[in-house]
Design a protein around this ligand. Structure first.
Ligand SMILES: Nc1ncnc2c1ncn2[C@@H]1O[C@H](COP(=O)(O)OP(=O)(O)OP(=O)(O)O)[C@@H](O)[C@H]1O
Ligand SMILES: [Mg+2]
Length: 246
């Protein structure tokens, strides 16, 4: 297992957003977390990646305890995450967005980094080209991010994640607002990346599209894992019930 959580808990003023969540993510796989709105999926990603402090339990990455390390430390261990709402630098080109380091976002970059981006190691630029080509968005390299469609922005996010050498990529609803044909294309790319040593932990609502691509599925309900397994889990009565109740 590349990532494991043990009884991970996170409370918000009495609300048990995560109530003892234990999840195992096999290496070079796509592990999917599903569940109705408010079941704790984003909280799980946030807690694993250090954006929220856990109130209990443990997170292990590559056998190492990373519980409650700050986000930049978790990033340097090899975990990168994307957000439910993508926020690219709209006025910058796709290439420029690719070159902004993910571990160090913020205004400061605009001032110090971008002015010097041409000087940035050629290697990085070449890597960005290769990734954009792999993702079939190389024709957008010099377009401003604001001109991209929802699906293309998702691809840009994956591209940014690939610019890092992170082995584990955690994504929160990467298919939100993406047309079905492009969503399938994105998932096929993700499968290819699993073959080449990347591991994906994905939270997603688009079950019709994503289920067939997942190696392992966890279903969350009210801050707990209520089922796990292959695509048949969605037919379990407890899963049907939690979706109906939501
Ligand atoms: N920062 C926060 N402060 C207070 N409550 C929060 C916070 N973040 C999440 N919650 C609460 O924790 C619960 C789980 O929320 P979470 O965002 O993890 O759900 P989710 O499964 O990602 O839902 P969705 O599918 O709608 O994105 C919800 O009741 C939510 O209101
Ligand atoms: Mg969420």
């Amino acid at each position: 297992m590349i990532l494991q959580t043990f009884n991970l808990s996170k409370f918000f003023e009495g609300l048990k957003a995560l109530d003892g969540v234990s999840i195992s993510v096999p290496r070079d796989s796509l592990t999917l977390i599903i569940g109705p709105n408010g079941s704790g999926k984003t909280t799980f990603i946030n807690t694993v990646t250090g954006f929220y402090r856990a109130d209990g339990g443990r997170v292990e990455y590559e056998g190492k305890d990373i519980t409650n390390l700050p986000p930049h430390r978790i990033f340097s261990e090899g975990i990168v995450r994307t957000f439910q709402i993508s926020r690219p630098f709209k006025k910058l080109t796709v290439l420029e967005n690719m070159l902004i380091p993910l571990n160090n976002p913020g205004e400061r970059i605009r001032n110090t980094f971008i002015k010097n981006w041409i000087d940035f190691e050629r290697e990085q630029v070449e890597k960005a080209y290769e990734i954009l080509e792999f993702l079939n968005i190389d024709h957008l390299t010099f377009e401003k991010a604001e001109t991209l469609s929802g699906g293309q922005l998702r691809l840009l996010e994956i591209g940014k994640a690939l610019m890092t050498d992170a082995k584990l990529i955690a994504m929160d609803e990467p298919l939100a607002g993406v047309a079905p044909s492009l969503a399938h294309e994105i998932l096929k790319k993700i499968r290819e990346l699993c073959e080449s040593g990347k591991t994906f932990l994905i939270v997603e609502h688009r079950l019709d599209i994503i289920l067939d691509y997942a190696d392992k599925i966890y279903v969350m309900g009210n801050g707990k894992v209520i089922a796990e397994g292959g695509r048949e889990v969605i037919e379990k009565p407890e899963v049907v019930e939690v979706y109906l109740g939501a």
